[in-house]
Design a binder for this molecule. Structure first.
Ligand SMILES: Nc1ncnc2c1ncn2[C@@H]1O[C@H](COP(=O)(O)OP(=O)(O)OP(=O)(O)O)[C@@H](O)[C@H]1O
Ligand SMILES: [Mg+2]
Length: 464
């Protein structure tokens, strides 16, 4: 094995390399272990190629509580870049007083939940209040139980939790306006607060029962929560944007958010790039499933070992919104590497013994009257609470009913494209723009929607 590091500085076309072919570069350099070669597009017209004796992110240190304490610039350290510099993630911006919106993407097993666990520890240790939805029935981050202010594990409770967060953001907006304040000041009087949803794809995928409202609430938090200290972070596995409530939800998250991309699937990258969500996605050196492997042709008499058993690149990522979006990085080791039979003692130790900051959200306060009325109490077979409304059957609803339902929780209305997107995300049949326009004008004539107010927004009729 070579033991010296080689570095090449390359001049690239203006604007950088558009489409990067890692295999071709490695072939040119005659290097079989592709993970030894690191490519980074610099700002401007320079790129760096480094050849390491072995992948520099192969052996990571364990994460410490110190890494996870928010610094005076509102950042925590989650890991490091290939060249050893720290990978920082922002939870608060002291200059603007803004909470963040964050998104962690990656294919299954890429390391999303461990990363979320690190963020949860960071929040607890830094006095940040967390309301957590763990939509894999609480299995994604089991150690978080008792370490966060609110913890829910079903889709309906998640909706209640998100309604609670949006209501809190609205309460703060009014309160701060009355105080004559333009921004958020940490802990005076309100704490920095996050809604964190792991496995958000379950909430947002096609045919999910609360898809439209979930997408709306998450977008709403991204829009209004930030400046009043209520942030949102989602972790999601996705092959298709449809599984994330449509590209609009993501666009809201990716705009000025903290975005981390762990190992992806090729269809996911195609979509993200195709939709303009990751403009430079194709310039990223791929994250291999297996690091340190020499790929070679397998002869007909040779049997292959099961590649899945060898996955060892968990936690490798790009911090797309950081200062080095095309620089490969990796999270430190979070918790035990071998599976535990119960709670992971290393993760519990990171959380520490103190109670979590903040008060739980009173979920019952966010059950709507309609949902209460629909509850019939004999819903014992499902794990949704007895008061949960059955998901609306959009396939049997008229276009008019679907419009009114989509607008039910947006007193300020939606623009035509937003409404169209919400409708076409509710699981029912597709509605065309023309149909939407005609139905909206009929509903306005019947006073079932507010009259046009000149802004082009479609607004529900005032109550009463
Ligand atoms: N930072 C890390 N430190 C230590 N081990 C990790 C880390 N990230 C991932 N792993 C290992 O990889 C496994 C899968 O990681 P994780 O559960 O976080 O993936 P995921 O992306 O949430 O997957 P899924 O889509 O199945 O929920 C973990 O059980 C752990 O063994
Ligand atoms: Mg997970």
């Amino acid at each position: 094995m070579p033991d010296t590091l080689k570095e090449f500085v390359l001049r690239t076309p203006a604007g950088g390399v558009k489409r990067y072919d890692h295999d071709a570069l490695c072939d040119l350099l005659e290097i079989d272990d592709r993970s030894r070669v690191i490519f980074e597009q610099g700002a401007g017209r320079e790129a760096v190629v480094r050849i390491y004796p072995s992948n520099p992110l192969m052996h990571m240190a364990e994460i410490s509580v110190d890494d996870l304490l928010m610094d005076d610039r509102g950042r925590i350290t989650l890991g490091m870049y290939y060249d050893g510099s720290p990978l920082r993630f922002r939870l608060f911006d002291p200059k603007t007083g803004n909470a963040q919106r964050g998104a962690v993407f990656g294919t299954t097993g890429a390391g999303k939940s461990r990363l979320v666990q690190a963020i949860l520890v960071a929040c607890k240790r830094s006095g940040i209040v967390v309301h957590l939805a763990d939509l894999k029935s609480g299995q994604s981050v089991p150690e978080a139980k008792g370490q966060v202010a609110t913890r829910v594990t079903t889709q309906y409770e998640t909706i209640l939790m998100l309604r609670g967060l949006v209501a809190e953001a609205q309460r703060r907006m009014v309160a701060y306006a009355e105080m004559g304040r333009s921004g958020f000041v940490i802990n005076s009087p309100d704490p920095l607060t996050y809604g964190i949803v792991d496995e958000a794809n379950r909430l947002l995928e096609k045919n999910a029962p609360f898809r439209a409202e979930a997408a709306y609430l998450i977008k709403e938090l991204g829009r209004t929560g930030r400046s009043v200290g209520v942030g949102i972070i989602i972790a999601a596995q996705a092959g298709h944007l449809d599984e994330l409530g449509g590209s609009d939800t993501l666009r809201a998250m990716l705009k000025e958010g903290e975005v981390i991309l762990l190992r992806w699937s090729s269809s996911m990258m195609q979509q993200l790039v195709g939709d303009g969500l990751i403009p430079r996605g194709e310039a990223l050196q791929p994250i291999p499933k297996v690091v340190g492997e020499v790929r070679r042709v397998r002869r007909f008499h040779e049997s292959g070992d099961d590649e899945n058993d060898d996955v060892n690149s968990q936690g490798m990522l790009y911090h797309l919104t950081g200062t080095r979006p095309t620089s490969m990085a990796r999270t430190y080791v979070v918790g035990s590497v071998a599976p535990c039979t119960g709670y992971d003692p290393l993760i519990l130790a990171l959380y520490g013994d103190s109670p979590p900051p903040g008060e739980p959200i009173d979920l019952m306060a966010f059950v709507t009257e309609q949902e209460l009325a629909a509850a019939n109490g004999d819903d014992s077979a499902s794990n949704t609470p007895a008061h949960a409304a059955p998901p609306p059957d959009v396939t049997s609803m008229t276009t008019a009913q679907r419009i009114i339902a989509a607008l039910a929780r947006t007193p300020d209305g939606l623009s035509e494209p937003e409404l169209l997107e919400a409708l076409n995300a509710d699981g029912g049949r597709e509605i065309r723009r023309g149909t939407l326009r005609t139905t909206v004008s009929t509903l306005r004539n019947e006073n079932l929607l507010a009259r046009p107010d000149g802004t082009g927004r479609i607004i529900p009729a005032p109550a009463g």
